[in-house]
Design a protein around this ligand. Structure first.
Ligand SMILES: Nc1nc2c(ncn2[C@@H]2O[C@H](COP(=O)(O)OP(=O)(O)OP(=O)(O)O)[C@@H](O)[C@H]2O)c(=O)[nH]1
Ligand SMILES: [Mg+2]
Length: 465
């Protein structure tokens, strides 16, 4: 997703990077390009104006840090302002803060993905938060709608409200809440009918249901593929209903990023979740900083490079990046990366940025993050033979025991490392795919400080990302 915007912005930044100190005229020219790119990506005009004004305010007269180029500094500012526009850092969780059963109301236009998302949320609440969830379809418009939800409920392994023909949405809502209370459910998800367009009847129906159930969340489900229309829809729903959160579906498609950027600004409601496919596990938290990174077309690598450029050995970085590109990154390279990381400090941030490390951070959440983990991992790798490092696949039970003994760790530790390495490799494959369009042309090299490598590119002109 977001390819159009990312391509354009990358082009703009490339030009900026080529210059020395930034003048006000430079900033103005660059921002004109940013403005066009944003408009082209379906970002709403008032949002664009606001965005540009904020970047300008921060860019002109901003102190350019000694270790970065003026271009990098602007990239960083655009990135920061974008994160703000997307709703600040971190994902906003679904609000379950009420007496059980907690009602969650799903609203949106026809085919936006309400029913699918209801199933996905039910499954997530059940699996991750161990909540007892009841799914109820209030869709009396489409004959098969209630059956569709019942089937999704089966798939999610949660019960659905028995279908009683002839009831109105409000009657079904009452029955759902009664059942929820009587049978001790934690959460009741109310899936409503969609309409082709926003009409009074739809809003009245949703309002009546809401008055009857007093939900903690009124989640608007919008199709990201509809671009600017999604934003107009969100505005209309919000004006009528004061939604509490947004779910953007079909973010797996090639939707433009602009809608995401406009949503928060226009509705004031956070994008809470993102649908990335038809299957039930294809639901993700909305992470503004990740989306901003993707819009900018450089992934979370931007920040990493900013910091890393000061500490990472350029030659080693070049070798690693080239290997990543070729899919030949092995455990030996990983060990070398671990050594670099331990030099960098501020591990919390760095973990966020490294491909595939998110999970590791999750495992460590709340614990004091120090470099001990990495040192242990480095120890494990150093207990492997060269062959094992190059072909981790051959590491089976016996070898694991030997490696654990040799490094003073356990087989579980070895397993964790191997799993994490797998995740990382997987992530790199994904990044490489993304790279063909976005990263490839503007790679890491362009972000490195001037003079850090041959011609500003530590990758000798062949930009591996
Ligand atoms: N690719 C993709 N498809 C999705 C996503 N979410 C939903 N869909 C598909 O979109 C179609 C419509 O989804 P529904 O959940 O039935 O939409 P709805 O809003 O309940 O539709 P109505 O009840 O008719 O208003 C289905 O084919 C879903 O599989 C998503 O995140 N990505
Ligand atoms: Mg539906």
């Amino acid at each position: 997703m977001f390819e159009t915007l990312s391509d354009k912005l990358s082009g703009v930044f490339d030009r900026l990077r080529a210059r020395g100190a930034l003048s006000e005229a430079d900033v103005t020219e660059a921002l004109r390009e940013v403005r066009l790119a944003l408009l082209d990506a379906d970002v709403a005009l008032p949002v664009v104006r606001d965005f540009i004004a904020k970047v300008r305010e921060r860019a002109i007269g901003a102190e350019v840090l000694a270790s970065v180029t003026p271009g990098q500094q602007v990239v960083k500012i655009v990135n920061d302002v974008m994160i703000d526009a997307l709703g600040g850092e971190g994902a906003v969780p679904i609000n379950l803060n009420a007496a059980a059963p907690v009602p969650i109301l799903m609203v949106g236009l026809q085919g936006s993905g309400k029913t699918t998302t209801s199933g996905k949320i039910a499954r997530r609440l059940k699996d991750r938060l161990k909540r007892k969830v009841l799914l109820a379809s209030l869709d009396t418009q489409r004959p098969a709608a209630q059956l569709q939800l019942a089937q999704l409920a089966d798939q999610a392994g949660v019960p659905s409200l028995p279908i009683v023909p002839g009831q109105t949405p409000v009657q079904i809502a009452h029955r759902a809440m009664e059942t929820g209370r009587r049978e001790g459910f934690d959460v009741v998800i109310l899936d409503t009918a969609g309409r082709l367009s926003i009409d009074q009847e739809l809003m009245d129906e949703v309002k009546a249901v809401r008055a009857a159930t007093n939900p903690t969340e009124t989640l608007l489900v919008v199709d990201a593929m509809t671009g600017q229309d999604a934003v107009n829809t969100a505005k209309a729903f919000n004006d009528a209903l004061q939604i509490t959160g947004i779910v953007m579906t079909r973010m797996d498609g090639d939707a433009r990023g602009g809608a995401a950027l406009s949503m928060r600004a226009i509705t004031g409601a956070p994008i809470k979740l993102v649908g990335v496919g038809e299957k039930q596990d294809a639901l993700e938290d909305f992470h503004p900083e990740r989306v901003a990174g993707r819009i900018l077309g450089m992934g979370d690598i931007v920040g990493l490079v900013e910091r890393a450029s000061e500490t990472i050995d350029q030659a080693e970085a070049e070798k690693l990046a080239a290997k990543m590109m070729k899919g030949k990154f092995d455990l030996e390279d990983y060990a070398s990366q671990l050594r670099q990381i331990t030099k960098m400090g501020s591990l919390n941030n760095i973990l966020d940025m490294l491909p595939g490390m998110g999970k590791l951070k999750g495992q460590l959440a709340g614990k004091d993050l120090d470099t001990a983990v990495f040192k242990r991992q480095a120890a494990i790798i150093s207990s492997m033979t060269i062959k094992e490092r190059r072909q981790p696949d051959i590491i089976k039970a016996n070898r694991k025991k030997r490696i654990a003994a040799g490094s003073g760790t356990t087989v579980q530790d070895v397993n964790k490392l191997l799993k994490q390495f797998d995740d990382m490799t997987e992530m790199m494959k994904k990044m490489n795919k993304l790279g063909q369009k976005g990263l490839m042309r503007h790679g890491l090299g362009a972000l490195m400080p001037k003079g850090a490598g041959g011609g500003g590119s530590p990758f000798g002109g062949r930009r591996p990302f």
